[in-house]
Design a protein around this ligand. Structure first.
Ligand SMILES: Nc1ncnc2c1ncn2[C@@H]1O[C@H](COP(=O)(O)OP(=O)(O)OP(=O)(O)O)[C@@H](O)[C@H]1O
Length: 256
């Protein structure tokens, strides 16, 4: 039996007379990677904000880790971390200091030891004692993910985790997300990159004009469309494959 880590029922959110979410229902099981897709302005961030207790719904209910987001917001906050569009990094502090600060905020013993462990795990030891303002976009994202992982929250919200990253760093971020999930975290991901959802998610939902128009594993979504007729066309490499080939980085594609 798998327990639901997130349950949303009849979720409505309006900003004045604009109804952004029109009665959304879904459940996410423990240790699942769930991807919410939707065009710009579809309401993905709004959904995450409600689940993370940063915004109140107009109607409906939302339960995270068994806690109601309205009735038990503190318990919800202790169960989650949030990264992506809302980066938690303090740019004036070094990477190490950011990690120590997060461990202290989560009231963990030995924050310095935890910071060192995270710096190693997320490949940030060389830059550990430099201000985060000097980090590249990829390093900031790695630091942000490292901060999410501190205290091993039950649910990790990743709002567009690889937007603006180059293909190599995107693949690194995917590996780190898989690692977080292997450690038992339930992952709620929003993305505009369909291949990101395909690469990571156990279940994919699509938000369109305020309603969920799909919610299923990738294989079931693919089965919704008739199989394409076979066409004999040369498969051209994607730009991502060319980039990875030229930079000597190994990608997802297998040329064996
Ligand atoms: N505080 C607010 N006041 C008024 N309207 C808002 C507010 N926050 C969000 N909206 C509107 O709600 C809609 C959904 O926004 P949201 O940020 O959830 O979209 P999104 O799916 O995350 O899009 P994106 O991919 O662009 O981040 C948008 O039309 C946005 O303008």
């Amino acid at each position: 039996m798998t327990e639901n880590m997130i349950e949303i029922k009849g979720l409505v959110k309006s900003f004045k007379d604009k109804e952004v979410l029109k009665g959304v229902d879904f459940e996410i099981k423990q240790s699942e990677i769930f991807a919410l897709l939707g065009e710009n302005g579809a309401g993905k961030t709004t959904t995450i904000k409600i689940l993370a207790t940063l915004s109140k719904m107009t109607a409906g209910t939302a339960i995270v880790n068994g806690f109601d987001v309205i009735k038990n917001p503190n318990d919800v906050r202790k169960s989650i971390s949030l990264t992506g569009q809302f980066t938690a990094i303090d740019e004036i502090l070094t990477g190490r200091e950011n990690l120590i600060m997060m461990a202290k905020l989560r009231h963990l013993p030995q924050p310095k030891g935890i910071a060192q462990e995270m710096l190693e795990k997320f490949d940030l030891t060389e830059a550990a004692d430099r201000k985060a303002s000097t980090y590249s976009g990829g390093m900031k994202r790695r630091l942000d993910l490292a901060m999410s992982f501190i205290g091993e929250p039950a649910v990790i919200f990743l709002d567009e985790p690889s937007t603006g990253l180059d293909p190599k760093v995107r693949l690194e971020v995917w590996e780190l997300v898989r690692d977080l999930n292997k450690n038992g975290a339930t992952i709620f991901l929003t993305t505009q990159y369909l291949e990101e959802a395909e690469a990571l998610a156990d279940r994919i939902a699509m938000l369109h004009k305020g309603n969920l128009i799909a919610n299923a594993p990738l294989a079931e979504l693919k089965a919704m469309l008739p199989e394409a007729e076979v066409e004999y066309v040369k498969k051209e490499p994607t730009l991502e494959e060319i980039y990875l080939h030229l930079t000597g980085e190994k990608g997802e594609t297998n040329n064996d």
